[in-house]
Design a protein around this ligand. Sequence first.
Ligand SMILES: *Cc1c(COP(=O)(O)O)cnc(C)c1O
Length: 230
Amino acid sequence: MRREEIKAGLAEVERRIEEACRAAGRSRSEITLIAVTKTYPASDVRLLHELGVHDIGENRDQEAAGKAAECADLDLTWHFIGQLQTNKVRSVASYADMVHSVDRPRLVEALSREAVRAGREIGCLVQVTLDPVSGRGGTRPEEAAALAGLVAAAEGLRMRGVMAVAPLGGDPAEAFARLDEIAEAVRKEHPGADVVSAGMSGDLDQAIANGATHVRIGTALLGRRKPFVG
Ligand SMILES: *Cc1c(COP(=O)(O)O)cnc(C)c1O
């Protein structure tokens, strides 16, 4: 049964989070587990909610908007974690509580305008690229502070912290240590911006060892995704 599968995945992920916290001398309560439900149906979101997971991550607007609507009766926090085009911002601003992928000034402008229009406040993380040749989005580390300043000054937005994806083939611990330094510099200017979104199924342990407050877990919770087509 699907519920049993997800329950087992969740138990294993919880075990890994607790182990990583113990190893790092941190408390489990410092870590928020975001279940990344992309490619999985709204019924899985419901099961996760029943099992006590209330933070849901999605990376494509079309899919996320449908699931958020189907699950509107649940108390969930929706995290938008994918590259975001400005023409999708109006839709995303209608359901996302936190956008992890803020990586350019135009996106800050668009998010601010649509948050105000929707009468909502949207938490923003500045996504930093730790990979010089990455096509996966993110601002360069030396531009993070300026972008954080734009977010902090924008109406309707709240500057919450930073996010990164470990570079393919690199050492995730090294990458997350760099992110932690960037996070600290941002926090000096914006004391409330204490979120560090780092760590996926393969590297959540290294992320927690290096200061992550939010881990984004798909595969280890829900199983291996079918390759995306279309
Ligand atoms: C899909 C995705 C994740 C989850 O990855 P898993 O390896 O399945 O845990 C995390 N972060 C982002 C940005 C993603 O797109």
